[in-house]
Write a protein that binds this ligand. Structure first.
Ligand SMILES: [Zn+2]
Length: 544
């Protein structure tokens, strides 16, 4: 191939310049410091909402979720209000991914642990699937590659084990091991298969921030002075590991490689969880069944018999291992549903709106669309307006601050063939607030102090670029996660398909970057492609 340029993207889920910049300036992260100085960097605006799903699929396709159709980790089961995790996320993305397009143009690709790539799809190269890969399945394309990978780099866990470790050292150990494995995969594929494009995502940055932000923020409800004295700054320890890994990556790549770093969203301190369904009950949009059992369950729920309190009680008496390890989460849920107030006590035929998923979305219970929909299409508009207005006015009585930063109707933020699958309303929380996931009733108030997680997402992720033809020490403004795919295509000499919502971040290139030459070449590739298509058509006709 004429174009010898290679591209490597390292995705750092949830990473933020709020940590990287000060820690680089203090000398803790020498490789980040070098990349900031010798390359381009800037905030990368995430999707709305700023969640891992839809952010990574939106990056991969260059499209807003209305065009690719994947809005959340969770979706309602067919003809039901129960939630299920999207089990075939790659199949739910209804637009070509960056690696598919590059492969179609003859480039070799290696795709490593990008979220929502399971089941592995056919690429011109190799794929190891990422977050949302179920256990004990084939996780590579081609399938035979899985054995080759394990033979060459050892055991391969697609995802880390310790999702919630009490001890930061246990957590870091697990995250470091996963990062090391992913780097080995990068090293093996980059040197042995020599792809034109390689991408790897690390999720350890996101997980460690969710778990360990409390070590950075004295105001965080989960801040414990004793633990800080004992463990210091474990989040910095993880970023130092990432920095070291980036150092190894810089040694792998040569001067013909452009290195891009990106995250799907940022992260910051989390102080309170918001339960939108409690808001909907309080405002009368969500109704509880009138049968005696549901009424009793709601009575006890209001008294404090909630999954959150039950779990905390078990923890206090030292039995939380029993609660978390010995019973599968599915069994736990069905037991809890039997005794505790849950979605099974909701009278759906009288409920006008509900919140589901992990992202602060609200769906109107529309007649003809939802299984027990009771809102007529004539009333839809005024109901949406009413709820939007109330969400905008939600206040935290403890500090008299607003809880919601911005509320969107779906047609303000999404467009495309899958708009009908979008939630009707999407609320974005103010900093320090996060919506509590799923539409269960884990706690009985609209607002509670955070538990478990001490960090939550922010809308600005990171973008960095480094290599020949890329500006030095330059800050790019207004970059959006949808822009990365068009920019990579541009570097590889492929014109951006019309349907994409992103744009090339042309600001990152040196002034003498050979735009004209690339554009000429790009047209040639397209013309060649069309010629081949015509030829195939003619051949087909001839055969028939
Ligand atoms: Zn994420």
């Amino acid at each position: 191939m004429e174009n010898k340029k290679r591209i490597m993207i390292i995705g750092l889920d949830g990473s933020t310049f709020d940590l990287i910049k000060p820690w680089s300036e203090n000398g803790y992260l020498p490789i980040f410091k070098k990349l900031l100085k010798e390359g381009v960097h800037g905030n990368l605006r995430s999707t709305i909402p700023h969640a891992t799903i839809p952010a990574w699929p939106s990056f991969a396709t260059g499209c807003n979720p209305g065009k690719h159709g994947l809005y959340d980790f969770f979706k309602e089961k067919k003809s039901s209000y129960d939630l299920t995790v999207e089990i075939n996320p790659s199949g739910a993305i209804n637009k070509p991914t960056l690696w598919k397009i590059l492969g179609d143009y003859g480039y070799n690709v290696s795709v490593i642990n990008v979220p929502a790539t399971y089941p592995p799809s056919r690429v011109n190269g190799y794929m190891i699937t990422g977050m949302l890969t179920p256990p004990k399945v084939k996780f590579t394309y081609p399938h035979e590659f899985q054995n080759e990978l394990i033979e060459n780099i050892g055991e391969y866990n697609v995802f880390f084990q310790a999702l919630s470790a009490k001890n930061p050292e246990v957590l870091l150990n697990d995250l470091n091991k996963t990062l090391e494995t992913r780097f080995k995969a990068v090293e093996y594929l980059w040197t042995e298969k020599k792809p034109d494009f390689l991408m790897m995502v690390d999720n350890g940055t996101d997980r460690s921030e969710h778990e360990l932000w409390k070590y950075l923020d004295k105001q965080n409800p989960l801040y414990e002075k004793k633990k800080v004295e004992k463990y210091g700054n474990p989040l910095l320890k993880y970023y130092k590991e990432v920095d070291k890994t980036l150092g190894k990556i810089l040694k792998l790549i040569d001067e013909d490689t452009i290195l891009l770093l990106m995250s799907d969203h940022g992260q910051g301190s989390l102080h309170k969880f918001v339960n939108l369904n409690m808001f909907l009950i309080k405002e009368g949009y969500m109704k509880i069944k009138k049968n005696p059992l549901s009424k009793i369950k709601y009575f006890f729920f209001k008294l404090g018999f909630t999954p959150k309190n039950l779990y905390e009680l078990l923890r206090k008496i030292g039995m939380e291992r029993y609660a978390s390890d010995r019973i599968s989460s599915k069994t736990k849920l069905s037991i809890l549903n039997k005794f505790l107030f849950s979605t099974s006590d909701i009278d759906w035929s009288k409920t006008k709106a509900f919140s589901s998923g992990v992202t602060g979305s609200i769906t109107i219970n529309l007649d003809g669309r939802q299984p027990d929909g009771c809102v007529s299409s004539i009333k839809y508009e005024s109901l949406v307006n009413e709820i939007v207005k109330k969400l905008n006015n939600l206040n935290d009585n403890d500090n008299n601050k607003k809880i919601i930063k911005k509320v969107y109707r779906k047609d303000e933020i999404y467009k495309g063939a899958y708009l009908d699958q979008a939630p009707d309303i999407v609320a974005i929380p103010e900093e320090y607030y996060e919506f509590f996931g799923m539409h269960g009733f884990t706690f009985n108030k609209m607002l509670v102090k955070t538990f478990g997680n001490s960090g939550s997402h922010r809308e600005n992720g990171i973008f960095m670029a480094f290599g020949r033809g890329i500006k030095n020490n330059y800050e790019v403004k207004d970059a959006n996660i949808l822009d990365i795919t068009p920019t990579v295509l541009y570097i590889m000499g492929i014109s951006q398909p019309d349907y994409m919502d992103g744009k090339v971040i042309s600001d990152i290139f040196d002034d003498d970057y050979e735009f004209a030459k690339v554009e000429g070449k790009l047209r040639n590739i397209e013309i060649e492609k069309l010629k081949i298509k015509d030829l195939v058509k003619k051949l087909k006709k001839d055969i028939i």
